[in-house]
Write a protein that binds this ligand. Structure first.
Ligand SMILES: C[S@@+](CC[C@H](N)C(=O)[O-])C[C@H]1O[C@@H](n2cnc3c(N)ncnc32)[C@H](O)[C@@H]1O
Length: 428
């Protein structure tokens, strides 16, 4: 239950907008809102909660934008807020919904995706959202949210047949980073990528045995043997001070995380802990619920995945400026929304991990300028995280089509034209 707010005056400069707010506003409406604030005053407080030294406006983002960008309120001007105490993401969303002002407009898809994970917990019928006319939140989720009946792990889309531009064996330079279309289990490929340089860190999510179309293994033992080869290669390129974050799920009846952990230790790494990635974006799995109801057998829904930490002798520092970010109260519980089907489709890969996960990983275990080796680059999430936080990514992806995705994604992100990246190609 939401705790009662307290009302207080704070300096405008201490308030920041909520980056997850699923609402936007047309310029003309923002101007009208600014005019109204100027002429009639701010008759409604901003609905805020505290994060670090800032007050985040879960409700009142449009008013904040009008005050900041049109009325140019100075940072030291005082403003009334209602200070709330949400204890989790669900309560933040509820606060934001309760403060539904008429000026902004919801981006329906984003609203559906934001609220979908909590459909069991938020009483959807209680919230009417003002689009052109009041619409019930439940009906928005039904039209825009992920398919309520599907279990993501079972979806195995085919890669389409159009030929990829990248060829197996191509090596590309993307700014300071490198991408090899190759095989992380092959020592010669890893050597070609690294050119004698060693890595400070690995962060990756390898294939989960047979869950996707890129899975090629007939037997689980064959899969483990390839995983061992990839881990052995990591050992060879690891600096003395090194950490590896290995995100892997189970594939019942195979306990892949436990088997990988054994291999890491066999290959000379030290186990340093496990982080639970709580997939806040994962919905209720109807298939599994039905199984429980029909068979009276407990069949737990997927709600989290482990991220194992392995190190060599020491593990790397993080930047001093990141101390508050790294030292969050959740510790080894990282609550991060999963990447939704619609976003995966947009990017062009079917098993993407969230960029926040890669960013949190590299900010917690490396310094600016560190070399991050990524043996299973997929759609390039780790590469983009490295670009954003000033690390250098050397990545391998076996599938030429996904290398095309990586190049496109990097080009979109940095503005470096694709042709410029393609021109750096070194074939085998
Ligand atoms: C779970 S996905 C990684 C997704 C990635 N974390 C992202 O956010 O896009 C695993 C990737 O490993 C690739 N892969 C599989 N076997 C490989 C190998 N031997 N060497 C390099 N990449 C491989 C697959 O094609 C797939 O794209």
């Amino acid at each position: 239950m939401l705790k009662q707010p307290v009302f207080k005056k704070v300096k405008f400069g201490q308030i920041r907008p909520w980056d997850k707010n699923p609402r936007n506003i047309k310029t003309e409406k923002l101007e009208r809102l600014a005019k109204s604030i100027k002429e009639k005053g701010l008759f409604q407080t901003l609905t805020c909660w505290k994060e670090g030294s800032f007050y985040i406006t879960g409700g009142g983002n449009m008013r904040w934008q009008a005050m900041k960008h049109i009325l140019k309120w100075p940072d030291d001007r005082e403003v009334w807020i209602s200070l709330n105490f949400p204890e989790n993401e669900k309560e933040k969303i509820e606060l934001s919904l309760l403060d539904n002002m008429r000026f902004g407009q919801y981006v329906e898809q984003e609203l559906a995706e934001l609220t979908y994970p909590y459909i069991d917990e938020i009483e959807l019928k209680e919230f009417d959202i003002d689009l052109k006319e009041p619409v019930n939140l439940k009906s928005i989720i039904e039209s825009f949210g992920p398919d309520l009946g599907s279990e993501k792990e079972d979806e195995i889309p085919e890669i389409d047949d159009t030929p990829a531009l990248t060829k197996y064996g191509d090596l590309y330079q993307l700014g300071r980073h490198r991408l090899l279309c190759g095989d992380a289990t092959k020592e010669e490929d890893v050597k070609r990528l690294m050119r004698g340089r060693k890595a400070d860190m690995v962060i990756t999510s390898p294939p989960y045995f047979n869950q996707r179309e890129y899975s090629i293994w007939k037997k689980y033992d064959d899969y483990l043997s390839d995983i061992r080869k990839a881990i052995r290669n990591i050992r060879k390129l690891a600096k003395e001070t090194f950490a590896c974050l290995w995100n892997i799920g189970t594939d019942i009846p195979n306990d892949i995380p436990a088997d990988c952990s054994k291999i890491f230790r066999d290959e000379g790494f030290e186990f340093k802990g496990v982080i639970a990635w709580i997939k806040s974006g994962i919905g209720t799995s109807t298939l599994r619920s039905n199984h429980i109801i029909t068979h009276y057998l407990y069949y737990p829904k997927f709600r989290w995945e482990p991220i194992y930490i392995f190190i060599t002798r020491n593990y790397p520092h993080f930047e001093k400026e990141d101390v508050n970010y790294v030292n969050q109260p959740l510790g080894d519980i990282w609550e991060i929304n999963q990447v939704y089907g619609s976003q995966q489709e947009k990017i062009g890969h079917i098993a993407i991990y969230p960029i926040e996960l890669a960013e949190r990983g590299i900010r917690s275990f490396s310094l600016k300028g560190s070399i991050i080796y990524e043996p299973f680059l997929g759609s390039g999430t780790t590469l983009v995280a490295c670009e954003r936080f000033n690390r250098i990514c050397y990545g391998i992806e076996i599938e030429p089509k996904y290398c095309d995705v990586i190049i496109k994604r990097y080009s979109n992100f940095t503005g470096i034209p694709e042709e410029e990246i393609r021109a750096t190609k070194e074939s085998k």
